[in-house]
Design a protein around this ligand. Structure first.
Ligand SMILES: [Zn+2]
Length: 170
């Protein structure tokens, strides 16, 4: 499979954004995801009974849950020059995982070590990452705004996990 690189790779980008090839060194697998309101996506406490204070209860679809899970990954990555920590939100993390945070959460309920195994699968993987400086003053980490796997045989984490647990079950 041919890799499609971003069209702007190598051209000048705004100074707050850089695109570099980065290796994943480690992922904080104890905190891969968080609960969020299914309408406004504000984060919610882990307690399943806590609901969003900002959205009107009548605006939720009665047939569907009022909360969902979203990915938020804290990763240690390395370029050829330095090692640093970046944060990766749901849209980009889905590319790495190949699944939604809700589906990953359900998978991890059946396989309690799935999060640690996912981190191990990603360690050493190379991605071309677009990193941007956080807009809000209190955010401390660079944010991954897009990424492309460098390895042509890259398969999303969930595929690797399914293979791992299939092999163990066999
Ligand atoms: Zn809300």
């Amino acid at each position: 499979m041919a890799l499609r690189l971003p069209a702007n790779a190598g051209t000048s980008a705004p100074s707050t954004t850089t695109t570099e090839v980065c290796a994943v060194l480690a992922i904080d697998h104890a905190n891969l995801l968080y609960r969020a309101c299914s309408i406004c996506e504000r984060s919610l406490p882990d307690d399943p009974s806590s609901l969003c204070k900002y959205c009107n209860p009548s605006s939720f679809d009665p047939g569907s849950p009022r909360s969902k899970r979203l990915f938020r990954l804290l990763m240690s990555i390395a370029t050829d020059k330095k090692v640093f920590t970046v944060i990766c939100f749901d849209r980009v993390a889905r590319i790495m995982f190949g699944t939604s945070a809700d589906e990953f959460f359900d998978f991890a309920k059946l396989h309690p070590f799935a999060a640690a195994a996912a981190a191990r699968i990603l360690e050493g993987e190379l991605f071309r990452m677009t990193l941007s400086k956080p807009q809000s003053g209190n955010a401390q980490h660079l944010r991954v705004t897009s990424l492309v796997p460098m390895r042509s045989g890259y398969q999303p984490v969930i595929e690797g996990l399914r293979e791992l647990y299939r092999a163990k079950a066999a």
